[in-house]
Design a protein around this ligand. Structure first.
Ligand code: ADP
Ligand code: ZN
Ligand code: ZN
Length: 723
């Protein structure tokens, strides 16, 4: 048999059965334990075969079979094989990355069963009981619905009380949600009548036969979620399951409750990084057995197994959190397209600001384009205004014009949002006498000054130090912050508007678990009227009273070496602008820039993202960039610069390769991080086939290359970040 093992090698391994195991007891998709070197490792059977290229005395027997039945079905293994091939990542590592941790370490698949307590039909009638405790447990269960027994006990109910109501047949223990929902009539709570565009979108999606991809392009508030909900209704009615992928930040209780409220009797489960290993395994298992109808999850939910998958929805499909940025560098949206084809089901990609890749596919006719042009509840457009800051005095990054706007809106009792994608007090300290800068000693960047902590912190390698009292070079004591971060902005605004409550949302202010939710709740209650944030604040949160949005660091996005920077800037501006003007009257969006005449800004402001995106696509075509060509990035780093350069140069062939362009070695945008030099090779292919064939050869070559063991390298197919 052939098995995949979690080792960084691009191949699978042959083993045979020991005499103690019958051939009938083993099948593709089961885990086995195998001897590997002097270790014992879990492995997954990927093929049963009777022959091997190895001599039969070289083939070792497995140690034991872990599972009684396959834990992955054939189509799932196909998905993982495709993933490994496409991203040129070892199959064993791919499979074991996609499995919940409990299964990875060889736990029994049915080990975790959480016991739930739920009312029986008789119990739901809430009969009057003499025992007070039992009565109170009944009403508790009526309120909370099915609850884990551990939670019930935590509320102070004893085992005796629980046993008593079970004996009376008022409640029962179940170990899982049943798949009953698939046959039971669906309860749908009240819902709005769709407008014309929504209705067209819904019926196109629901009437599609087999695989079809849809780009649902609609501004924030145009009713995309409502379209998802009404499409899902059909899916559940057919007894099928659905996967809803959301960005990392999208799993707020607001979103989830909306789904749960709409389908109160339908099992909806969440999948995200905060689940415990047991919860993960259980969610995974429920999904596989069909006990769960809808999974709402972040990126890695794309690897969940389903009994009968009927639809995949990717909300905010442009969001970069769908792309994993380390180890297995997959894009959940793109794997979503593969899965949808595999199962012959619709894929729905929703966003106000489609990724250029997605838009390109829609314009080519590969995806159906569905547009929602009206906001569902209000029909106002925001005013954009470009504020020219050339030669202007700035107050901690804010122009006088911006301050005047803030004052006006606060006077009208509105909320104001100021957006700056740089946390800390200032991105650097400078010596006024000699120009010394607080550079990180290990990276090619400066260390950020955090005033409240009184520390210099490098945001790239984490190195910290105390800010010097005197200049290390000239001894001067005149050491000043240069540039502005959110911490400084907060300080400046609270001096300008001492009466006004301010809330700052960035990675520093929300470090504590749950504190982001608390802060957002406070803002929604009207507790803060000036909101300062990094891009954390830009995504998906709904604030009713924001009438003014100011974006301070537009220029950084206009002049970046990353060809995707302008796309991301335009998405960000549009998303952030979507936070304003929700209460019925148009909001104002101010963009501070030194380049008010920049064609991109002009296009975005005057014609909107849709127009901008189509223009940006034509630029990509002219310059031969993705999506008009296909790109992979080979990154390498080591302490020794010459080693990195030699490693990459060795890979560049002396004569040109047909259909492939190689660029490099070139330094990464951050050439040095944590003391290591970082260089990259850009590999571009006119077509995917040629690119993949070429990378395949390269990876094979690297697996036997001595230098490859001395540098750290990774391969990124369809990179979205050139760092
Ligand atoms: P999006 O997901 O595009 O941001 P939502 O689906 O959240 O938009 O819709 C925005 C608001 O409009 C929500 O409060 C939603 O309940 C409401 N809404 C959506 N569609 C309709 C409709 N057809 N009629 C009335 N209200 C609607
Ligand atoms: Zn100095
Ligand atoms: Zn550093």
């Amino acid at each position: 048999m052939e098995v995949a093992i979690k080792v960084p090698l691009h191949r699978s391994f042959d083993y045979c059965l020991p005499a103690s195991v019958n051939a009938e007891d083993i099948a593709v998709g089961m885990r086995v334990r195998v001897p590997f070197g002097n270790r014992q490792l879990s492995a997954l059977v990927v093929k049963i075969k009777n022959q091997s290229e190895l001599a039969s005395d070289k083939i070792k027997p497995i140690i034991e079979v872990i599972d009684r039945a396959p834990i992955l079905d054939a189509s799932h293994i196909e998905l993982l094989k495709f993933t490994a091939r496409y991203y040129h990542y070892p199959l064993g590592e791919t499979i074991f990355t996609a499995l919940p941790k409990a299964l990875r370490v060889g736990e029994d698949i049915d080990k975790t069963s959480i016991n739930y307590l739920q009312l029986t039909e008789k119990g739901k009638k809430l009969p009057t009981l003499r025992a007070k405790k039992q009565q109170s447990l009944l009403s508790q269960l009526a309120k909370s619905g099915k609850s884990p027994v551990t939670e019930v006990k935590a509320l102070g109910f004893t085992k005796a009380t629980i046993d008593a109501i079970i004996d009376k047949e008022l409640a029962e223990i179940t170990i899982e949600f049943s798949s009953q929902w698939r046959n039971a009539p669906l309860t749908v709570s009240s819902k709005p009548k769709l407008n014309n565009e929504q209705a067209i979108a819904c019926s196109s999606i629901n009437q599609s036969n087999g695989y079809a991809s849809f780009l649902l392009e609609g501004v924030t508030g145009s009713g995309k979620t409502e379209v998802y909900l009404q499409c899902l209704e059909e899916v559940i009615r057919k007894g099928q399951q659905a996967l809803v992928l959301v960005p990392e930040i999208g799993l707020t209780p607001q979103t989830v409750n909306r789904f749960r409220r709409r389908f109160p009797d339908t099992p909806i489960m969440l999948w995200h990084s905060a689940l415990t290993d047991n919860e993960r395994l259980q969610t995974w298992r429920f999904c596989q057995k069909g006990s769960c109808a809808i999974v709402i999850g972040t990126r890695s939910a794309i690897f969940m197994p389903f009994l009968k998958l009927g639809m995949i929805i990717v909300d905010e499909e442009h969001d970069s959190s769908f792309k994993q940025q380390d180890s297995l560098r997959y894009h959940a949206r793109d794997l979503g397209a593969y899965r949808a084809q595999q199962h012959s089901i619709p894929l729905v990609l929703g966003t106000a600001t489609p990724a250029l890749e997605t838009l390109h596919r829609a314009l080519e006719g590969k995806y159906h384009l569905l547009s929602l042009t009206q906001r569902a509840q209000t029909s106002t457009d925001n005013h954009y205004q470009l504020i020219d800051i050339k030669g202007q005095h700035l107050e901690s990054g804010l122009s006088h014009a911006s301050l005047a706007y803030i004052k006006r809106e606060l006077g009208r009792q509105k909320q104001v949002m100021v957006f700056l994608n740089r946390r800390g007090f200032s991105p650097s300290l400078i010596c006024h006498e000699c120009g010394w800068l607080s550079n990180c000693p290990r990276c090619s960047t400066s260390a950020t000054y955090h005033k409240s902590m009184r520390r210099l912190v490098c945001h790239h390698c984490g190195e910290q130090s105390a800010p010097p009292m005197q200049c290390p070079d000239c001894g001067s004591t005149q050491i000043n912050p240069v540039g502005c971060g959110t911490e400084q902005l907060e300080e400046a605004l609270s001096e300008q508007f001492p009466e006004v409550a301010i809330s700052r949302i960035d990675r520093d202010s929300t470090r504590k678990k749950g504190s982001l939710e608390e802060e957002l709740e406070r803002i929604n209650q009207g507790g803060a009227r000036i909101l300062i944030g990094t891009q954390m604040l830009a995504k998906g949160h709904h604030f009713a009273d924001v009438s003014l949005v100011i974006i301070l660091d537009v220029d950084a996005g206009l002049h970046s070496c990353d060809f995707r920077a302008t796309e991301h800037l335009a998405q960000l501006i549009t998303q952030v602008a979507g936070r304003a003007g929700r209460s019925g009257e148009p909001g104002t969006v101010l963009l501070q820039t030194h380049f008010p005449e920049h064609p991109l800004l002009q296009d975005l402001v005057n014609n909107g993202y849709q127009h901008f995106a189509r223009y940006a696509l034509s630029e990509r075509q002219d310059t031969d960039l993705p999506p008009y060509t296909h790109l992979a990035l080979l990154r390498a780093e080591a302490h020794d610069l010459s080693l990195v350069l030699r490693f990459l140069s060795d890979l560049v062939p002396a004569t040109p390769v047909p259909k492939i362009q190689l660029l490099g070695p070139i330094p990464a945008p951050m050439e040095r991080v944590a003391g290591k030099f970082r260089y990259q090779l850009h590999i571009q292919g006119e077509d995917r086939g040629a690119l993949h064939a070429y990378i395949g050869q390269m990876v094979t070559y690297l697996s036997n290359n001595k230098l490859a063991q001395k540098v750290r390298w990774n391969l990124d197919v369809d990179p979205i970040d050139m760092m």
